[in-house]
Write a protein that binds this ligand. Structure first.
Ligand SMILES: Nc1cc(-c2cccs2)n[nH]1
Length: 238
């Protein structure tokens, strides 16, 4: 899978992708990330990327020309790619959308705006507008990293041999179960006995109950389309 990121702060992307799961996936060649500085696609000596808004108002608006030039540069190889604009106005990014992107796209262009927004005409050249949440960031770079990280984790082989339990739970519609590791007793705070029992059936049931309990408490909106077994467990909790 290939990600191409358009930004005026390439360092933000380049620094993050060197670490952790992303770093390993890059080294394994499972994923490629190319970052393009929009300033390299300007035509003035000051590499200007923004200007005052037509109609007045606070702040600056990013101009269409650098985005257009960068997109045309990428499209010159005529390879298929999904162009995604990050913005608070976009469709909500979820684990299911991450799965869809991983399954359907060989290459994604992540377009990062800054300031008070970007010229609306840029949207004529994108496939999707995506929001990672109902809050405003200073720029699209963090949102782009969220998408890269969550999509790469889903690529077969990216996580090595460890199970991606967290992704599984979100895909099934509830939050993750609690995790513990050594020591068994930390200042009197003990690991739940069931996890020391070696009884995998009991452990699996305990984890499911805890996951449903957490979901009921913090994200009841996720609790739909439960299996009859999960519904039975949930009813016991109520
Ligand atoms: N979900 C989300 C995206 C954004 C921004 C994208 C570009 C500038 S601000 N804020 N919140």
């Amino acid at each position: 899978m290939k990600f191409e990121v358009l930004t005026i702060f390439p360092e933000i992307i380049e620094c993050y992708i060197k670490h952790g799961v992303l770093g390993k996936a890059l080294n394994k060649g499972i994923v490629e990330v190319k970052v393009y500085n929009l300033r390299d696609f300007t035509s003035d000596k000051h590499k200007k990327v923004d200007d005052y808004p037509y109609g007045g108002g606070a702040g600056m608006v990013m101009q269409i020309e650098p985005f257009y030039n960068a997109i045309m540069h990428l499209k010159a190889d005529e390879k298929p790619r999904k162009l995604v604009l990050l913005s608070p106005q976009g469709r909500k990014f979820t684990q299911k959308l991450a799965q869809k992107f991983m399954e359907e796209s060989k290459a994604m262009v992540l377009i990062c705006g800054r300031y008070e927004g970007i010229d609306e005409r840029v949207k004529a050249f994108v496939d999707e507008e995506v929001s990672i949440g109902d809050y405003v960031l200073s720029g699209g770079e963090l949102a782009a990293l969220v998408i890269i990280d969550s999509v790469v984790r889903l690529i077969p082989g990216a996580l090595g041999d460890e199970l991606s339990a967290v992704e599984d739970s979100f895909m099934k519609g509830f939050l993750d179960y609690p995790h513990y590791t050594r020591p068994e007793d930390f200042k009197g705070m003990k690991v739940p006995e069931v996890l020391l029992s070696g009884d995998h059936k009991k452990i699996a049931l305990w984890r499911k109950r805890q996951a449903l309990k957490n979901t009921l408490k913090n994200r009841p909106d996720l609790l739909k389309n439960l299996s009859p077994e999960d519904m039975r467990i949930l009813k016991e909790l109520c």
